[in-house]
Design a protein around this ligand. Structure first.
Ligand SMILES: Cc1cc2nc3c(=O)[nH]c(=O)nc-3n(C[C@H](O)[C@H](O)[C@H](O)COP(=O)(O)OP(=O)(O)OC[C@H]3O[C@@H](n4cnc5c(N)ncnc54)[C@H](O)[C@@H]3O)c2cc1C
Length: 213
């Protein structure tokens, strides 16, 4: 199946031409992200928490300390909504109403389940390799793995939304003597700093000095 099935929850109602259920698009938006925002309810109160996200095939993973309230609430099967957002450009229109942003985003509805035992280590490796491809680390200790909770959320109920149209002013505004346009944005590394306690003789690797996203 090339697309996710639309559900009552994931049916884009506003600006529905910007909505998409295309699997490849959803995957690409999630894979480009380091951070997601997870919404859930604790004791009747809404919470939104930013955290790291990883996708492997048709699941996404969140990880953290077992004392983490977000993970503990979600480990009990509480429903979550997970959002991933990229801002691709600032849209400067000829009116306040015409100012906007070009973006790509994904919204996921899912309940999580705990990942246990030997399955955990490859997922943590994948988190590192997704954020810093090529980075080598020592193996985690058993205590470190026990101090890491990992939750898996299936990608079933999911939607994407994309705005990539730039300026869309009302027709009469195009006659105004005002500048309008798009200021593209992207996330980029702006230099690398070696750790102050780096052992002498260890060179900065190319994957760090040339880091790109
Ligand atoms: C960076 C950014 C900035 C934005 N700024 C504004 C703004 O200033 N004002 C504004 O009104 N809207 C803005 N939006 C769009 C906003 O996310 C909503 O899509 C829009 O407000 C409609 O909300 P709604 O509750 O009516 O959505 P509905 O269309 O009722 O939502 C129904 C379902 O559609 C899906 N859906 C809705 N929005 C998204 C989305 N963004 N990504 C993926 N799936 C989605 C979800 O599954 C949701 O449950 C912005 C989006 C992004 C990513």
């Amino acid at each position: 199946m090339t697309s996710y099935t639309q559900t009552e929850q994931t049916r884009v109602r506003r600006r529905l031409e910007r909505g998409s259920y295309d699997r490849k698009l959803v995957h690409a938006i999630i894979d480009e992200a380091i951070v997601c925002h997870v919404a859930f309810v604790v004791d009747g109160s809404p919470r939104v928490i930013p955290t790291t996200i990883l996708r492997i095939e048709e699941d996404v993973y969140l990880h953290g300390s077992p004392t983490n309230r977000l993970l503990n609430t979600l480990a009990e099967g509480a429903p979550a909504s997970i959002a991933v957002t990229h801002i691709d450009g600032i849209v400067a229109g000829r009116s306040g109403f015409g100012c906007s942003v070009d973006y790509r985003s994904v919204v996921i509805f899912a309940s999580g389940e705990k990942v246990e035992g030997l399955e955990k280590e490859p997922i943590m490796d994948a988190v590192i390799q997704t954020v810093i491809p090529g980075h080598r680390v020592r193996r985690p200790t058993r205590q470190e793995m026990e101090a890491t909770m990992i939750l898996r959320f299936p990608l079933n109920e999911v939607s994407a939304k994309v705005r990539d149209v730039g300026v869309r002013d009302i027709e009469t505004d195009y006659e105004l003597d005002l500048w309008a346009g798009v200021i593209p944005l992207k996330m980029m590394a702006v230099g690398v700093r070696d750790d102050v306690r780096l052992k002498p003789g260890i060179a900065t690797p190319e994957y760090a000095s040339g880091y790109r996203r």
